[in-house]
Write a protein that binds this ligand. Structure first.
Ligand code: WTA
Length: 650
């Protein structure tokens, strides 16, 4: 370890001061949420402040924030700057994959968003209606999101890498009326034909009456004259001002689908008031965004990180951000580093997977560029291994930038556990997300919900409601209650393993449920199994996550075939394609094994833990609950056979 890394590691004395200070702040915020959050809320705009800021409720999530206060998320993100000098500041520098560039000031964004809000109104979208957004990362995507919340409607952004089936499922679950898309997007020099995917999906989506299409890639697309309209055409006839709707703090701002432990994705519904306060505050507290910063969060808007820390957090703080449309290594692995140098990016917020893949490309690529503009680094989405942390610190941070390792979830709305460079500096420990933010009553408990002693692995729970908490699961209150609040009654169950050390630092140790984190993306094992089972050749399937050096985890599938289907390389390829076509490339298994039967518990539950042990060549542990332990040998045997087959090039 170099001396410079040691400098940021804690010493006995340095730990206590900052951590104690943050702990004190946090204690106050939980004891008296009104007192703590009111001054923060006052930095934002509210049409009306009636009723309590925070109110305990009897049912999950056990609290409501700004229930009857009236505000508008778009107004706070965009209009609020119209009367200040920030009006003329760049909100977004954007670079497309082919190298085209745009810069959009707050005022330009304001104009565009107003017109898009008018377009949505003209298409019949009203308060509470859902708008699905299926786009590449271009400024119009953000315009569409802001325009939707401006008129009190609810957006549902679907990641542009999802396939038509995944898109159709999400559109139908939310019953969206309007869909906003583009003709295509650029990825590794090729066009991803988004409009074509939309056309395919909408065959199954009766609720979508109108489609708005942004021209991005310019290839020919089919346009249904009654349903599909070019964005540029509609914008021409639009009003230049649309009054923002004053919605209650508890009004839903968006739905974001994420994976859980059943085949059906969960639509996490976020509030307006609490969510707005949370992303505004956390953006400031964690990143300490300043006027001179050019901030780059590399997430796609299709994920929660994109919602909170590409769109709303930076805009609510009046910051200047950078956006990039395409692949990180296109045309060469120095793409990111070149853009950081050229735009003078000061804050880089990305995922451990990206860091690990850049590590693999080698130091040569970042060394080709001057990265001295960077002053702060961040990570999110999965645990970061100390090796990647140290590489990030040395090679990208040049041994002088703090790293904020931020733990949070789609459900939490914003960052929950992280160093807070905007508040108090604390020593960093590579691999630990450090301490909870104000408002976050985080604990590590055992199976029975009892608090665990230091350095003991257990389940992470949040005992008190926090402002950014999601409201519910879209049209599935029952699932909301049972998934998150039943296991430890009255507490939010995060479904993550964690450990708290002597200094009060949290170490996040991965998912405790059947959700995988593949390159930072959440994929439910059961979701993948359902897709495999939907193929006519498959009788049963089990999916587990295997350690992957770059992606963190990679899905490995075990399949029992139906009679008449052979375990051939062709079947394997077909099943891989089936997953790719139904969910998208991120979910394609790294390996797929054919077995005669799957190991199950007596009650018929697939023993994924056991299959994982087989795959990772670890001890099998307790097999006493197996229905038929011979099936484990079988899985092992099949695995060995398959390894042999792979070696033979089969
Ligand atoms: C994991 C992403 C360790 C965790 C914002 C969580 C992390 C899941 C970290 C949520 C971190 C996120 N360290 N693990 N800093 N950040 N996770 O909903 O398992 O896509 O439950 O939200 O990512 O994933 P989601």
């Amino acid at each position: 370890m170099s001396d410079s890394v040691k400098e940021v590691l804690p010493t006995q004395n340095s730990i206590s001061v900052g951590v104690r200070e943050l702990e004190e702040l946090r204690r106050k915020s939980i004891e008296n949420p009104d007192l703590f959050w009111e001054p923060v809320a006052n930095e934002l705009f509210w049409f009306e402040k009636q009723g309590p800021l925070f109110e305990k409720t009897d049912a999950p999530p056990f609290g409501q924030w700004f229930g009857n206060w009236k505000t508008n998320l778009c107004f706070n993100s965009v209009d609020r700057w119209e009367k200040s000098a920030r009006k003329n500041r760049v909100a977004f520098f954007w670079e497309g994959e082919p190298g085209d560039r745009r810069a959009i000031t707050y005022h330009e964004l304001y104009r565009e968003v107003n017109r898009m809000a008018s377009v949505l109104l003209n298409l019949g979208v009203r308060e509470g209606d859902r708008v699905t957004i299926y786009m590449p990362l271009i400024p119009e995507t953000i315009v569409a999101m802001l325009a939707t919340v401006r008129i009190g409607a609810i957006h549902s952004v679907v990641f542009g890498g999802f396939t038509s089936q995944a898109l159709a499922d999400r559109v139908n679950d939310s019953n969206s009326k309007v869909l906003v898309t583009a003709d295509g997007g650029w990825r590794r020099g090729k066009v991803v034909e988004l409009k074509k995917i939309v056309d395919d999906a909408l065959k199954q989506c009766p609720t979508v009456k109108k489609v708005v299409v942004v021209k991005r890639t310019g290839q020919e697309v089919d346009m249904d004259p009654y349903r599909d309209f070019w964005y540029a055409e509609l914008m021409k006839g639009a009003e230049t001002y649309v009054k923002p709707v004053a919605v209650p703090g508890s009004h839903p701002s968006y739905i974001l689908y994420t994976s859980g432990t059943t085949g059906k994705p969960k639509g996490a519904v976020h509030s307006t008031g609490g969510y707005m306060l949370w992303v505004y505050y956390t953006q400031k507290a964690v990143f300490d965004m300043r006027d001179e910063d050019i901030y780059w969060c590399t997430a796609d808007v299709g994920w929660v990180t994109g919602h909170s820390y590409v769109v709303y957090g930076p805009l609510l703080n009046g910051g200047t951000s950078f956006l990039y449309e395409g692949a990180p290594d296109f045309p060469e692995p120095d793409r990111w580093w070149r853009m950081i140098e050229e735009y003078g990016i000061t804050i880089l917020y990305t995922a451990p997977t990206a860091i690990r893949s850049f590590m693999k490309f080698g130091d040569k690529w970042p060394h080709m560029h001057d990265l001295s503009s960077i002053r702060l680094l961040g990570t999110v989405g999965e645990p970061i291994n100390p090796e990647a942390w140290n590489w990030y610190y040395r090679t990208i941070g040049r041994n002088c930038c703090q790293i904020v390792d931020t733990w949070w979830q789609t459900e939490t709305g914003g960052i929950m556990i992280s160093p807070q460079t905007g508040t108090t500096q604390i020593p960093l420990k590579p691999g630990s997300a450090s301490v909870p933010l104000p408002g976050v009553d985080a604990h590590v408990v055992d199976e029975s919900g009892a608090e665990l002693p230091e350095n003991t692995k257990g389940f992470l729970v949040i005992n008190h409601p926090w402002p950014g908490q999601f409201l519910t699961l879209w049209e599935d209150k029952e699932r909301f209650d049972s998934v998150y609040f039943k296991r430890f009654p009255g507490k939010y169950y995060a479904a993550d393993y964690a450990m708290k050390d002597h200094d009060g630092y949290f170490w996040l140790l991965g998912r405790a449920d059947e959700v995988l984190k593949i390159a930072g993306h959440r994929i439910g094992t059961i979701e993948l199994e359902d897709i495999l089972i939907s193929h006519p050749a498959v009788a049963e399937s089990a999916v587990i996550g295997k350690f992957d050096e770059v992606k963190g985890e990679s899905p490995v599938a075990f399949v029992v075939l139906r009679p008449g289907h052979g375990p051939t390389p062709a079947t394997r390829r077909e099943l891989m394609d089936h997953v790719r076509n139904n969910m998208g490339p991120i979910a394609v298994p790294g390996a797929l094994y054919f077995v005669e039967k799957l190991p199950k518990t007596r009650s018929g539950k697939i023993m994924r833990r056991l299959i994982k042990a087989v795959v990772e060549e670890k001890a099998l542990g307790d097999v006493s609950t197996l229905e038929d332990s011979s099936s484990v040998d079988e899985a092992e045997k099949a695995y060995r056979e398959l390894q042999a087959e792979i070696h033979r090039g089969g």
